[in-house]
Design a binder for this molecule. Structure first.
Ligand SMILES: Nc1ncnc2c1ncn2[C@@H]1O[C@H](COP(=O)(O)OP(=O)(O)OP(=O)(O)O)[C@@H](O)[C@H]1O
Ligand SMILES: [Mg+2]
Length: 288
């Protein structure tokens, strides 16, 4: 791999962990143990997420993105390192971290859209029924589904189900919203529309987002910061600040150059890399 850019070395990545971020992932290794063997999914991964970040985990299939997300959600415990939310170690799932998965058929079909959004609020005893209903209607309005509050999930399109899942997650008002390839099952046009809507929602609500994708383009559009992970087992390869891009940037020269640079970083083809400024990144930190 090429030399780190001045002032941004791997040790900086670790030093950053000591700051007052919302979420700290500190030197985290994650493993799956089966009776036959131990699979190391990620190796000594560190990053931090600040409030209102749209932080993207990007890397090839099998590099441990979903595993990292599950660890942040509290479903998997690190074998090494620590995850802290507002300074408190994560030891299990909680309503302060809500996950939106790729499959929207997780919406119980016997509940209406509104009941689906209300369900976690009631099940976690966050709100009483009347308040939960109000909150559900508020977030359904934010995702443009007011007219479908009493519809059943099977009558909705894939994009609409995605919006219900997002409304349901946001209604819990988590400290961090976790999304694992949430638009991967949608057709290309709907996927783009959902990216646009997610950014619009973020402008309005300013939630903190941890978003997993293996699409470089999606990472550049959705994220303000992107963590690049190496192939299996996932290690931090670089962190990139990408807040200057949105859907309008698609196809632009700067956007394409950045996408190519990320591709080279991901697949370890960085030879004689050009300075980051020339490639439209405001900041890049490279780790070994
Ligand atoms: N339940 C499991 N038991 C054993 N190994 C697992 C399990 N789940 C995932 N793994 C392994 O852990 C590694 C990381 O998997 P993970 O699903 O986190 O990758 P990913 O980056 O999300 O990939 P994709 O982009 O395909 O979703 C892979 O090698 C995978 O085979
Ligand atoms: Mg995955």
């Amino acid at each position: 791999m090429n030399a780190p850019l001045q002032g941004h070395t791997a040790s900086n990545l670790h030093a950053a962990v000591a700051t007052g971020a919302l979420l700290h992932v500190d030197n985290v290794s994650l493993e799956y143990r089966t009776p036959q063997r131990v699979v190391r999914a990620t190796h000594e991964v560190s990053f931090e997420i600040d409030p209102a970040d749209r932080f993207v985990l990007l890397g090839p299939s099998g590099c441990g993105k979903s595993t990292l997300l599950k660890a942040v959600a509290g479903f998997i415990a690190p074998t090494q390192g620590e995850i802290r939310l507002q300074g408190k170690a994560v030891h299990g799932p909680g309503p302060d971290r809500i996950v939106v998965f790729q499959e929207f058929d997780q919406l119980p079909p016997w509940k209406t859209v509104k009941e689906n959004v209300m369900f976690p609020l009631l099940a976690s005893r966050t709100l009483k029924r009347a308040e939960a209903e109000q909150r559900a209607l508020h977030y359904l309005d934010k995702v443009g589904l007011t007219g479908f509050a009493d519809a059943y999930p099977h009558t909705l399109s894939g994009g609409m189900k995605a919006r219900v899942a997002i409304a349901r997650a946001l209604a819990m008002q988590p400290k961090i919203l976790l999304m694992d390839e949430p638009f991967a099952a949608l057709d290309a046009l709907t996927r783009r529309k959902m990216q646009e809507e997610l950014l619009r929602l973020w402008e309005e609500v300013r939630f903190t987002l941890l978003f997993v994708t293996h699409s470089i383009e999606e990472a550049l559009v959705v994220g303000n910061r992107i963590l690049l992970l190496s192939p299996h087992p996932g290690r931090v390869r670089a962190e990139i600040h990408s807040h200057q891009y949105d859907l309008q940037s698609l196809g632009g020269a700067g956007f394409q150059a950045s996408a190519q640079r990320i591709h080279r970083l991901l697949f370890d083809e960085e030879q004689g890399a050009e300075p980051a400024q020339a490639l439209d990144f405001s900041d890049i930190r490279i780790a070994y």
